[in-house]
Design a protein around this ligand. Structure first.
Ligand code: KIV
Ligand code: NA
Length: 258
């Protein structure tokens, strides 16, 4: 349970792995805390997992603010990270500051934004003004319409060099953490070794300092929508459907209420 950024830095120095899971509501956040996880992420995957959208682009700052508030309220021992949603920060450092501070006021301790070196100026602006930032490189889902799908990144030597440069630029700009999504394991491990800030991986192999997964993927709630790199720890969809079917059947046959 690592509530503070300092605790994350210490874990990296000591080589202790940290666990993070997305949470979009009070109940999920309480489960994550009871399970002894290290962090919750109010991800903009909200739009897909809760909203049923095909990608994250429609998520609004109002939605992120509301979900950050209800998640933050539920936890006291773990780190709370929130995503800056699409089109809420890219225009200028000032726009990013206005957006990020709304999420900090809602209870986030750190905000995450997608983009590499192009975002360094914004990351510097925020980090000089009391806003801790986590970078997000590799597969950046807000760019999915430009990329043309949820595709693995960093596969060519040139792309790998670019990702290393992005990572270093974000760290130099003051980022406190870096998330890497869907990139080769050896590249993620190399970047992790090179950086002094903690790294978080998803679909990036075992070499990062922390791992993150989406709540619904871990619990098997939307098995048809989970990415190939997610690990399912529970067949949640079957178990929950079975319980609901039992309830419906007992109402129909009169055995509930007794
Ligand atoms: O929105 C999200 O859930 C994320 C993680 C998948 C890293 O950004
Ligand atoms: Na996200």
């Amino acid at each position: 349970m690592s509530r503070t950024l300092g605790a994350w830095d210490k874990a990296k120095r000591e080589g202790r792995k940290l666990s993070m899971i997305t949470a979009y509501d009070f109940t999920a956040a309480r489960l994550a805390e009871a399970a002894g996880m290290d962090a919750v992420l109010i991800g903009d995957s909200l739009g897909m997992m809760v909203g049923g959208e095909a990608d994250t682009l429609s998520v609004s700052l109002d939605q992120m603010e509301y979900h950050t508030r209800i998640v933050a309220k539920a936890v006291s021992k773990l780190l709370v990270m929130a995503d800056l949603p699409f089109a809420s920060f890219e225009k200028s450092p000032a726009q990013a500051f206005a957006t990020a501070t709304r999420l900090l006021k809602a209870g986030a301790q750190i905000v995450k934004l997608e983009g590499g070196a192009v975002m360094a100026e914004t990351v510097f602006f925020l980090s000089q003004r009391a806003v801790p930032v986590c970078g997000h490189i590799g597969l950046t889902p807000q760019h999915v319409r430009q990329i043309g799908g949820f595709k693995r990144q960093g596969k060519t030597p040139e792309a790998a060099v670019k990702l290393m440069e992005d990572a270093l630029a974000l760290q130099d700009a003051g980022a406190r953490m870096l998330l890497m999504e869907a990139i080769p394991s050896d590249l993620a491990a190399e970047i992790t070794a090179r950086l002094s800030i903690p790294t978080i991986g998803i679909g990036a192999g075992p070499g990062t300092d922390a791992q993150v997964l989406v709540f619904h993927d871990v619990l098997g709630l939307n098995p048809d929508r989970a990415p190939p790199f997610a690990k399912k720890y529970l067949d949640g969809a079957s178990l929950l459907t079975e319980a609901l079917a039992t309830y419906a059947r007992e109402v129909r046959d009169g055995s509930f209420p007794a």
